[in-house]
Design a protein around this ligand. Structure first.
Ligand code: ADP
Length: 252
């Protein structure tokens, strides 16, 4: 029940991480993971050291999107993250069978995520990580609430497609972040264009008084890059997608 959502409970900050940014969506399938991965790559292109944590217990897609597999190594009691396209990466999908993760309830999911957050060697005292991008599970239910209460988030980016049904859920996601005092850094419109419409997220951002961070068209290259473990921002830094994400990276 969102009405009873409270301010954050105890949070464990990951060691040697300067900033933790969430990428969220009210609905599944709107391109949240695509945005998380490409935003992470765009932040890295700005010269920052960047990690990405796939906390999407319902459908961890980071291993596919970055082309990584296999359990991570452990060293001195810490998880050593995979590194792909210059990003340190950790996913709930690398630790467990997907079917197991999907039936996790809030407390279990949040415990697993807290572990990945705090036990992964994201940075060191000498070389702290500048930004950790957290790809949250879609939705605004109990699992998401528990997670955002327990995860020390410095800000959230919300992804939506342009249709009203998706925007209504994006609005709920914003409300959830407000309740736990996590600033919404802005709204991104994905799959913008003739199929789903255009401009809905910009209007919604104005209504909510949050920044509009830009739009991404439906683009076969984005889907193909995602399926092949080759995020366009990382593999085609001079392309249109990279230019769009550069603007977003500048503003978060
Ligand atoms: P979510 O994380 O919200 O569930 P994903 O990022 O996994 O969504 O995207 C769902 C599917 O849509 C993936 O196959 C992805 O490659 C594709 N996709 C996402 N954004 C776009 C886009 N702008 N153009 C084309 N395909 C996209």
């Amino acid at each position: 029940d969102q009405g009873r959502a409270k301010a954050p409970v105890a949070t464990d900050r990951p060691a040697h991480v300067r900033r933790v940014l969430a990428v969220a969506s009210g609905k599944g399938g709107v391109g949240k993971s695509t945005v998380a991965v490409n935003l992470a790559a765009a932040l890295a292109a700005r010269g920052l050291s960047v990690g990405i944590l796939d906390a999407d217990v319902y459908g961890p897609s980071l291993p596919t999107m970055l082309g990584i597999s296999g359990q991570p190594a452990y060293e001195d009691g810490a998880i050593v993250p995979h590194v792909a396209h210059g990003l340190k990466a950790m996913s709930v999908g690398l630790l467990t069978k997907m079917d197991d993760a999907m039936i996790w309830r809030g407390p279990m999911a949040s415990q697993a995520i807290t572990q990945m957050l705090t036990q992964t060697r994201w940075g060191t005292a000498e070389a702290p990580l500048d930004v950790l991008v957290v790809d949250l599970p879609p939705g605004t239910g109990d699992v998401q609430l528990t997670l955002i209460q327990k995860t020390p988030l410095d800000g959230a980016v919300i992804v939506s497609t342009p249709q009203e049904v998706a925007l209504a859920d994006a609005r709920r996601a914003h409300t959830l972040f407000q309740r736990v005092n996590v600033p919404t850094l802005g709204l991104i419109e994905n799959m913008s264009g003739p199929v789903f419409g255009q401009g809905g997220a910009k209007a919604e951002a104005e209504r909510l008084s949050i920044p509009f961070l830009g739009d991404l068209p439906l683009d076969a290259a984005l889907r193909e890059g995602g399926d092949a473990g080759r995020p366009p921002v990382a593999v085609d830094p001079d392309g249109d997608v990279a230019a769009r994400f550069a603007t977003v990276a500048e503003r978060v």
